[in-house]
Design a protein around this ligand. Structure first.
Ligand code: NAD
Length: 359
């Protein structure tokens, strides 16, 4: 039966990069018998402009009815002064929580062709291949109570709540251990158990679940050390698992090891392998509409979609090798360009990946 993919371009460069990913999906559909149908929806600032909500009912319905969601990015200067309840980012957080996409998989892979594009020494990063598993629907980003209150002396006080139930930690732990089993069987859990009781519980649950995965070597690291180790000796890591906020920060740090934020895909999964796939970067309003954004993170997100939600490893590998072949030809968007490469735009990069698929 045909699988349904919800296509949500969002804002800024989201529109341009998702158009390239859709070219790739259409090529797979028309030339490689991928049985899919795609339907577009509005999310983020574009949705707010259209209906006053960053996550309209119609988009949520489309996302719920689909087997997978391909998302660009949301946000931009235009919507920064809106009330927080209707800001574009609420559309994204709403999708993650409504669909219970609790497991965020963020690979940080350094393509050998881009080793020189990293700000770190080539020897430190070449061969890098880390998978960060971030808890996505709990922790301090969702915890209640939250807000800004007025104290008796009229001073304002901001507050948020870091909160995790055992069951929330257990399910992300299982995803992390399963991921490690498919890789090099090393899992590093990142917490701040020396200061935060909530992550003391995190550590306790990870140790308990580890008994079910005797082949996986589990280690623990405090988040401040993990940040340092990621830039000091990143190749020591195989799979890392951590809370929502720590994962947010560490995965962006890991992204920069690879040279450009424009290269990294992500998957956010529920317990049934339904997932939302998106590049890890934002809507980049500074470069939107100029045909210079790198669409490869979004195209690589299509590969993750094929692998995890459509169980089509063969086509996932095909997309990944098409991206490699484009890099081998020296074709580069401006963010990954160095002297001697051929500089091309967003649209041409999408066409180049399609041409590589057909070659
Ligand atoms: P950003 O990731 O959009 O941009 C950071 C820098 O990286 C910018 O200089 C941008 O030009 C560059 N960049 C990003 N993607 C690129 C690509 N594909 N090719 C080339 N260069 C690229 O982060 P930001 O500037 O902090 O945020 C901009 C907007 O995006 C904000 O409104 C923010 O809230 C939103 N945002 C959305 C998401 C999401 O939708 N998942 C994630 C992060 C930020």
């Amino acid at each position: 039966m045909s699988k349904k993919i919800a296509v949500l371009p969002g804002d800024g460069i989201g529109v341009e990069i998702v158009a390239q990913a859709v070219k790739v999906l259409n090529c797979l559909k028309n030339e490689f018998d991928l049985d899919i149908e795609m339907e577009e929806g509005l999310v983020g600032g574009a949705a707010y402009d259209d209906s006053g909500s960053p996550l309209p009912e119609a988009t949520l319905k489309l996302a719920i009815e689909s087997d997978a969601i391909l998302l660009g990015a949301v946000g931009g200067y235009k919507w920064e002064s809106l009330d927080i309840a209707v800001r574009p980012e609420k559309g994204l957080l709403g999708l993650r929580s409504e669909l219970e996409l609790f497991a965020n998989l963020r690979p940080a892979i350094l393509y050998p062709q881009l080793a020189h594009a990293s700000t770190l020494k080539e020897g430190v990063v070449s061969g890098l291949d880390i998978m960060i598993v971030r808890e996505l629907t709990g922790g301090i980003y969702f915890g209640q109570p939250r807000g800004v209150r007025i104290l008796e002396n009229n001073e304002k006080q901001g507050f948020n709540t870091l909160i995790y139930k055992e069951s929330e930690i257990e399910r992300i732990a299982h995803v992390a251990f399963e991921t490690a089993m498919k890789r090099n069987k090393r899992l590093c859990s990142v917490d701040k158990a020396n200061v935060l009781e909530c992550t003391e519980l995190w550590r306790e649950v990870l140790i308990r679940i580890s008994k079910e995965y005797p082949e996986v070597e589990l280690t623990h690291m405090y988040v401040d050390n993990a940040a340092m180790q990621l830039v000091r000796a990143p190749k020591q890591f195989d799979v890392m698992v951590t809370t929502n906020m720590f994962g947010d920060i560490l995965s962006d740090c890991a992204a920069m090891l690879t040279g450009s934020i424009g290269m990294l895909p992500s998957a956010s999964m529920d317990k049934n392998q339904k997932g939302m796939y998106e590049p890890i970067h934002g809507s980049a309003p500074d470069i939107a509409g100029q045909d210079i954004a790198n669409p490869l993170a979004t195209i690589l997100s299509v590969a993750m979609l094929l692998r995890y939600s459509l169980s089509n490893e063969a086509l996932a590998l095909k997309v990944e090798s098409a991206v490699e072949s484009v890099l081998n030809k020296g074709l580069r968007t401006v963010d990954i360009y160095t002297d001697g490469d051929t500089k091309i735009g967003t649209d041409a990069m999408g066409d180049a990946v399609v041409a590589a698929l057909m070659a």
